[in-house]
Design a protein around this ligand. Sequence first.
Ligand code: NAD
Length: 263
Amino acid sequence: MHQRDELDRAIEAAAREMARASHAVALVGAGLSAESGIPTFRGGEGLWTKLGEPTFDGWELFNEDPAAWWQRAIDFKEEFADFNRAIDEARPNPGHLAMADLEAMGRLAHVITQNIDNLHQRAGSRHITEIHGNRYLVRCMSCGSRDRLESVRLDRLPPLCPECGGFMKNDTVMFGEPIPEDALRECYRQTALCDLFLVVGTSAVVYPAAEFPVMACRRGVPLIEINPEETPLSGLAEVVIRASAGESLPAIVERLKAGTSRS
Ligand code: NAD
């Protein structure tokens, strides 16, 4: 963690960069939702750091037998049941609210989130791409259309797409599953458009998400990293804030509101 004056200087520098940018884009990871009570996977307090990595066979199991996969999910017996419960109980924290504020202030054009927890929407952000899906949606594996999980009829498994008859699956992207094309296209588009990249609470080891800031950086776009721990992106970042998202994002908003960062 930063010493207090070092942290203040980093916040000030981040606010200055955000005041200058005309199309800032953020890549967000599980760390943003840690202060909402949802555990991260990696990092000091991460689930996998403590318990080891689980088996990643969800995508194979779905492909082998979609009906059995759905039955396990309905019975809440899947490997991630406790994790999903934490998401269901979570509420947006000051970090999510500050990101929505930054968007409303015209300082943040788009959020690419790896989180599946719907907390950006609940905090009021509007321009969001969920690269790993959303826990509260289902997606057709044939035509890609999405619907709300709670509106899907589960009397026959697997549920079928009302548009094309394809198999529906939870929208969450499982390990090994291809990223939905529409989401991936928008991520590359935002990466090409941005003139500032904010990287918040991600270990930056999951691809392709981790490559977007690197691609922007190669074009000379400055990166701001907010993470209490070092990541593979730290060395590329113009500004590194070694503090929690829930502390630093509201501080950036305050600095911008005070107008002290306009040069
Ligand atoms: P990760 O678990 O790999 O890494 C979390 C990162 O957050 C670490 O670098 C850690 O140092 C940092 N961190 C911890 N607390 C923080 C805080 N208060 N403020 C800022 N940073 C903090 O997360 P990832 O890089 O997003 O990759 C994990 C994958 O798992 C993602 O693809 C995501 O889909 C999924 N996931 C989602 C959620 C969620 O929806 N909330 C939670 C866990 C994992």
